[in-house]
Design a protein around this ligand. Structure first.
Ligand SMILES: Nc1nc2c(ncn2[C@@H]2O[C@H](COP(=O)(O)OP(=O)(O)OP(=O)(O)O)[C@@H](O)[C@H]2O)c(=O)[nH]1
Ligand SMILES: [Mg+2]
Length: 349
């Protein structure tokens, strides 16, 4: 069964960067990963792209042929994809039934809140292609610095969850930049766990006094369903990426079994093809194991003591670099009984 992530969120929230970061991380972990670009306006794709919607339709074509503007053109392109789903299905089938696929979406918010095409494509991915999907909804962490923007982001997240009807992970992206926007009114966990929102009443009433009652009604709507919460992400931070991966794996039921410890590695009678199929037996058992991550650590790393942590990490990297250089130097040392320097192939040593 193929697994996948629908990576959605507002323009510039970091979707393509996240896909690229995840590709690098998974390649290092030897985990399967393929990325599908579904943004027909994505000219500078940073990651290796397994399937690109531009082969089917580009924004340029739509704008030229139908006289639409960029936003209308994008919606048209998604409708075109929906109508030509077979094109996508054929290419996904070629990735194999054990593929793990990220779908990088355009930033048009209506696609994930009220337009039908994306929802139709998601449903076809599940029903026709057998995908088990999770929606990963990225929201720029900057929005938590202002009470009314934070409420907007909560409502947007809630609406996206209701529209896509998938297991859903909301993420405050670019958390490493948060300290730049000044002091937060509350600790980070207040925002990630969506705690008692009535504390925002004063800030909301001060900015929009005429709508104080409406603001409170929206707050109680969000609280009544207690559906919204956030993970955090700093894409270049490995532990942040690993934690988010763990959270997504738990939501989808994906369990990655590395080949080295697979059944066929220890049991010669085991079916070797099963060994390369991580999820054959693991569905619903989920990525068990405790979640060690604590949002207070995120607050300390990126907000309270960011400079001290940056300096500490730089020191660690320098020490690692020096250790690596020293070990290369030792390998290159003249070997006894040999006439000159020997460059040892590091791959084989
Ligand atoms: N500091 C920091 N910058 C980030 C992070 N993630 C993304 N960015 C930056 O945010 C900007 C926008 O990132 P993209 O990945 O293009 O965002 P997107 O959501 O794909 O944008 P659209 O496709 O236009 O909707 C780029 O300059 C990225 O380098 C992060 O975790 N930390
Ligand atoms: Mg993008």
């Amino acid at each position: 069964m193929p697994f996948g992530e629908i990576v959605c969120g507002s323009p510039g929230s970091g979707k393509s960067t996240y896909c690229y970061g995840k590709h690098q991380l998974f390649s290092a972990l030897n985990r399967p990963i393929s990325i599908v670009n579904l943004d027909p306006a994505n000219d500078n794709i940073p990651y290796p792209c397994a399937i690109d919607i531009a082969e089917l339709i580009t924004l340029h074509d739509v704008v030229d042929e139908h006289g639409l503007g960029p936003n209308g053109g994008l919606l048209y392109a998604m409708e075109y994809l929906d109508a030509n789903f077979d094109w996508l299905q054929d290419r996904l089938d070629a990735l194999g039934k054990d593929a793990y696929v990220l779908f990088d979406l355009p930033g048009q918010v209506e696609l994930s809140t009220n337009h039908d095409s994306l929802k139709n494509v998601v449903q076809k991915l599940a029903k026709r292609s057998g995908f088990r999907l999770v929606a990963v909804h990225l929201c720029d962490a900057h929005y938590v610095t202002d009470a009314s923007k934070y409420i907007s982001v909560l409502l947007l997240s809630l609406r996206t969850m209701l529209h896509l009807e998938l297991p859903h992970i909301n993420v405050l992206s670019k958390i490493d930049l948060l300290a730049k926007y000044g002091e937060l009114d509350f600790n980070l966990d207040f925002y990630t766990e969506v705690q008692d929102l009535s504390y925002l009443e004063n800030a909301l009433s001060a900015s929009t006094p005429r709508f104080a009652a409406l603001n409170m009604a929206m707050i109680s709507l969000i609280e009544d369903f207690s559906l919204v919460g956030f993970e955090t992400l700093a894409v270049e931070d490995k532990s942040s990426m690993l934690h988010l991966t763990h959270t997504i794996d738990r939501a989808s039921g994906y369990v990655f079994v590395p080949r080295a410890t697979s059944a066929s590695a220890t049991d010669p009678t085991a079916d070797a093809s099963e060994a390369t199929r991580p999820n054959a037996y693991a569905l619903f058992s989920s990525a068990a194991g405790p979640m060690k991550h604590d949002v207070r650590d995120v607050q300390e790393r990126w907000i309270d003591a960011r400079e001290a942590w940056d300096a500490f990490e730089k020191k660690e990297w320098r020490a690692e670099g020096e250790a690596a250089r020293a070990s290369v130097g030792r390998i290159r040392e003249r070997r006894p009984g040999e006439g000159g320097d020997v460059d040892v192939d590091m791959e084989k040593s």
